[in-house]
Write a protein that binds this ligand. Structure first.
Ligand code: EPZ
Length: 417
């Protein structure tokens, strides 16, 4: 297995171009199932998770042409509604084919996605919503079996704001008979991006980006040609890296308005941030001020930025309380950061981070996608060398991350294992 080696102490400077957002590309690529023609996608990031969903779509009968960042998908030949365990287990977001398959094929058999390192990740709200649209749902042998001769619009209230739940139900409702209203819908930019693509396909959706989304069912949808929006989590990771190293980094091809909570928090820590049309310039301060953070659904502080921000607080000038309200086990990176000299105490979903003068390089292990990024950040400011193993977690969600950091002056390299 590959390792990433980081020598600490380099101040980052220069420009980095952000790739397309994994969490927008996954539902948008799945939405190709709703059409019987050729869809063209640009700015698609070359990631393991993208490969996984393309293999699944091909298994279902779609014709795929991939030449990153361009992908073509023609779902005219859709001839299978079975998403098997050996494909779904590789990437739990494969559950995003459930809604569109049901809408297009009237049937779907999708392996139940397992949990993952950060939590149980149930899909009960996805299934409750599909039942309310008239689907018959059976759970057996580790699979969800769903069928519906005709999906009918209904009112659906999400007990918890769920990103992929909102996305799955939007894709199921666009071809349903009548009107569907999703209440307590997720407001993430990736949900809005999917809604915009569905509207380009001919769907009738309003309220996307608010907590009440209304979908008027239509008889059919047409293929589209669209670009994937920039990845706000990748952008935020590089913004924090600049603040962490006292650097001066221009984060290009991003959407600043999707980063409001992070901009606000980073400014509180003393970083200077200049906002451009499609870029942000982040200048790190000599002294990092400790601030408290609580993760919340968008537009609150993103849970996917929590591990990265914690690293900044590890070398800040005081104490910071970090509360993780979205997932039940998203402090796995804490034990690895402690091995690098961080002073962090966890109690339930709260971590107390006391800033230390510096971290020290060590061999560490990645455990989940965003925690892996936090280990690179820690290595950037640690004294000495940090060897990060199990970097396959990183490759699921960050395109050429070591090349991008090296381009900013980091002493970082990948060792093929
Ligand atoms: C999406 O996951 C993202 N993944 C996650 O990014 C992200 O962390 C998460 O949203 C929160 O923003 C993709 O978009 C592919 P949720 P998702 O459903 O949709 C509970 C990354 O690093 N819940 O919004 O699975 C759930 O347990 C990944 O790229 C139910 O209880 O998250 C959690 O506590 C990690 N029942 C909360 O809702 C359900 O049916 C929010 O989860 C669904 C969710």
């Amino acid at each position: 297995m590959d390792q990433i080696i980081v020598e600490g102490g380099k101040r980052l400077a220069g420009e980095v171009v952000i790739s397309g957002a994994k969490n927008a590309a996954l539902p948008i690529l799945a939405s190709s199932l709703l059409t019987d023609g050729q869809n063209t996608y640009s700015n698609v990031p070359a990631l393991k998770d993208i490969e996984s969903i393309l293999v699944l779509l091909s298994h279902l009968g779609s014709r795929i042409e991939s030449n990153y960042p361009f992908i073509r998908i023609d779902a005219a030949g859709l001839n299978n509604y079975d998403a098997p365990y050996d494909l779904v287990r590789k990437m739990r977001a494969s559950i995003l084919v459930l809604g569109p398959l049901l809408a297009r094929m009237k049937r779907a058999k999708v392996s139940l996605p397992g949990g993952c390192a950060i939590g149980a990740r149930p899909i009960n709200l996805h299934l409750k919503g599909l039942s309310l649209l008239g689907a018959e749902i059976e759970l057996q042998h580790g699979y969800v079996e769903a069928r519906a001769d005709r999906l009918r619009g209904n009112e659906i209230f999400f007990d918890v704001s769920t990103v992929t739940g909102t996305e799955n139900l939007m894709m199921a409702a666009v071809l349903a008979e009548g009107t569907t209203v999703l209440r307590n819908a997720a407001r993430e930019p990736e949900v809005v991006a999917l809604a915009e693509v569905l509207k380009k396909m001919g769907a009738r959706i309003s309220g996307d980006g608010t907590s009440v989304v209304t979908i008027e069912g239509v008889p059919s949808l047409s293929p589209v040609s669209v670009s994937i929006l920039p990845d706000r989590i990748e952008a935020g990771t590089f913004m924090i890296a600049s603040a962490l190293t006292g650097g001066e980094v221009v984060v290009k091809h991003c959407e600043p308005e999707h980063l409001g909570a992070l901009i606000h928090k980073l400014r509180q820590t003393g970083a200077e941030i200049e906002i451009g049309q499609d870029r942000l310039t982040v200048c790190g301060a000599d002294e990092i001020v400790s601030v408290d953070v609580k993760t919340l659904p968008y537009p609150g502080f993103a849970t996917d930025m929590q591990a990265q921000f914690m690293v900044l607080m590890c070398v800040a000038n005081g104490q910071s309380v970090i509360s993780e309200t979205i997932f039940e086990n998203r402090f796995i990176h804490v034990s690895e950061l402690r091995r690098m000299g961080a002073d962090i105490t966890v109690s339930g979903n709260t971590a107390m981070v006391r800033g230390v003068p510096h971290l020290s390089g060590a061999p560490v292990m990645a455990t989940d996608l965003r925690a892996s990024a936090s280990l690179i950040l820690a290595g950037l400011v640690a004294h000495g060398q940090t060897e990060i193993s199990r970097v396959y977690h990183l490759d699921r969600g960050y395109e050429s991350i070591e090349r991008k950091f090296a381009g900013l002056g980091a002493a970082i390299r990948r060792v093929r294992g």
